[in-house]
Design a protein around this ligand. Structure first.
Ligand code: GTP
Ligand code: MG
Length: 332
């Protein structure tokens, strides 16, 4: 399935129903008092989080969402029926902005899973409301109020505990396939992964949602490559796994690039918990791996040397993820 993480839609809440002008008809009374009922309220447009959705793809095909109008009032003081609310289902992690002002309307999470984004119009008053002692035969009625109409920008930020980040071809997808139940595409070329992938790592009673995103290159924070668009998906993770290819010319330089791009994307992105992974250790000598490991330890990093392809060091990494998360909770 194609992954879509941004969409623009138009929402229109229902207009209120019109009030009614009518007079009672009774035997021997040619014109009774006014009995025109009020119009019903227009339906609201509601955004609601759904477990079953993982992308905003549906919004590529349908962009206009209208809630039902309120019904008009009728005689015998009958109020028109209210319009039905229209519920738009979005994946958890969707942030909703008002298109015209860029104002944040709601961030759909488990804590706030629904929000009215456009309010239906009030129904108009029927002529029964306009009667006074000196105005016994009122013909006045109100039209319903129009429902709100808005352009919305939906932006999906995946909700994951751990984010995997690295230059293209470093072995990120191979790693998530080792850590979780995910089965991503793996290829011996850069930009194999074109959209984020989620997997779940179960460790005893703990479960971590892990996100693998497309590779980051120098300049990603300025929009180069695919990086910037996808950095938003690791914006909210608690922990980062920085994957470096230990057989590259200079893994420490790659580390510096990642650090720079993350910090330029958003301040504080690099200050969260992280583990640096020197991957593809099967391709280099032990001395070489040790050299880069020491260089990164001098930068105060916690480092795991491993081979995602051969499955070496996976258990140690799993343990470290669990311990780090445990420590964080213990110190919170
Ligand atoms: N020798 C060796 N090769 C590996 C290792 N891990 C991954 N590879 C290979 O490196 C290549 C890239 O792996 P991917 O997992 O697709 O890398 P990626 O970081 O997800 O790449 P992009 O999605 O393009 O950014 C594939 O050919 C993998 O088989 C490893 O530990 N050792
Ligand atoms: Mg990949």
């Amino acid at each position: 399935m194609k992954f879509v993480d941004e969409a623009k839609i138009l929402v229109k809440a229902g207009d209120g129903g019109q009030g009614c002008t009518s007079f009672r008809r009774e035997k021997f009374v040619p014109k009774g008092g006014p009995d025109g009922g009020d119009g019903g309220k227009g339906g609201d447009v509601v955004i609601s989080g759904s477990q079953n959705l993982a992308s905003l793809l549906d919004f590529k095909y349908r962009r206009i969402f209208k809630a039902e109008k309120g019904k008009n009032g009728s005689s015998r003081n009958k109020r028109g029926r209210d319009g039905k609310n229209l519920i738009i289902h979005v994946p958890f992690g969707t942030v909703v902005f008002e298109g015209s002002s860029n104002k944040l309307l709601v961030d759909i999470t488990a804590n706030q899973s629904t929000c009215i984004v456009a309010r239906g119009g009030k129904g108009g008053k029927g002529n029964a409301h306009f009667v006074t002692p000196t105005h016994r035969v009122p013909y006045e009625f109100e039209p319903g109020e129009p429902g709100e109409e808005k352009e919305l920008l939906l932006v999906l930020k995946l909700i994951a505990d751990v984010g995997i980040i690295g230059l293209p071809n470093a072995g990120k997808s191979t790693l998530i396939s080792r850590l979780t139940d995910a089965t991503p595409k793996i290829g011996d070329y850069p930009f194999t992964t074109l959209s984020p992938i989620l997997g779940v790592l179960r460790e005893g009673d703990n479960a971590f949602v892990i996100a693998d995103i497309p590779g980051i290159i120098e300049g990603a924070s300025q929009g180069r490559g695919l990086g910037l668009t996808f950095l938003r998906h690791i914006e909210r993770t608690r922990m980062l796994l920085l994957v470096l290819d230990v057989s590259a010319t200079n893994p420490v330089e790659d580390y510096n690039t990642l650090r720079h791009e993350l910090n330029s994307y958003k301040r504080g992105m690099f200050s969260r918990q992280r583990i640096v992974i020197l991957n593809k250790a099967d391709k280099v000598s032990e001395e070489k791996a040790d050299k880069w490991r020491s260089a990164l330890i001098r930068k105060k990093e916690e480092v795991v040397v491993m081979s995602a392809l051969k499955g070496l060091g996976i258990d140690a990494l799993k343990e470290m993820i669990k311990m780090k998360d445990f420590n964080k909770v213990a110190h919170a």
